[in-house]
Design a protein around this ligand. Structure first.
Ligand code: AMP
Length: 204
């Protein structure tokens, strides 16, 4: 009886921290994720980076992804969920994970919950970086001057922001209802924003 209890306790201690970093394109998710990784030693899963890597390799997945990315559209949920599961399993178990760019739809968020539950894990918190639309547009246009990304141009930026508004932003309410959402002012110095993120992470 006692042995079982000690085993259960160990399992509780082994629980990972699973953070969804959330926000529109250009809100600073990638930049802040890098700093979180450096400070907390979490693994970083950026689905955008995973797809861009596949495009570079000219793999079958890369060819499919290119079609969607260059138009500012989302890759179908079922394909994204399979990709996420395989990346997650290649990195975990580990101390914690930052999900950057996933989920982007409610079905993806449901798949993430399922994937984590099957591994006796769950989303610990969702941290939203809140940035006004005009600032997002100017950041993305500025980034486009050096990023070499096929989707950092005016036309595609407009499409990505509208996809965010229609398909991704409903997730804010979805996580809010689960009591997991933390909104951070994403406008201002990178240090102040990171500081606010740390305040949330340090309470988990
Ligand atoms: P990002 O680097 O996160 O801005 O993602 C760049 C592009 O990759 C997006 O505009 C989508 O076309 C695609 N993408 C990245 N993550 C996802 C996802 N979770 N679901 C669908 N498409 C995605």
């Amino acid at each position: 009886m006692l042995k079982i209890k000690i085993k259960d306790l160990k399992n509780i201690q082994k629980q990972m921290i699973n953070i969804v970093i959330f926000g529109a394109p250009g809100s600073g998710k990638g930049t802040q994720s890098e700093r979180i990784v450096e400070k907390y030693g979490f693994a970083h899963i950026s689905t955008g980076d995973v797809l861009r890597n596949e495009i570079k390799k000219d793999s079958e997945l890369g060819k499919t992804a290119k079609n969607y990315i260059s138009k500012g559209q989302l890759i179908p949920d079922s394909l994204m969920t399979d990709i996420l599961a395989s990346v997650y399993d290649s990195l975990c178990p580990c101390k914690g994970v930052i999900f950057d760019g996933f989920p982007r739809t409610i079905p993806q968020a449901e798949s993430l919950n399922k994937l984590l539950a099957e591994r006796k894990e769950s989303v610990t918190a969702m941290i939203e970086l809140n940035v006004p639309q005009d600032e997002l547009i100017s950041r993305l246009i500025e980034r486009g001057k050096t990023s070499g990304r096929s989707d950092d141009n005016k036309e595609t930026i407009k499409q990505r922001l509208s996809v965010y508004e229609n398909q991704t932003s409903p997730l804010m309410d979805w996580y809010e209802k689960q009591g997991k959402s933390h909104s951070i002012d994403g406008l201002g110095s990178m240090d102040r924003i990171f500081n606010d993120i740390c305040k949330v992470l340090d309470t988990l």
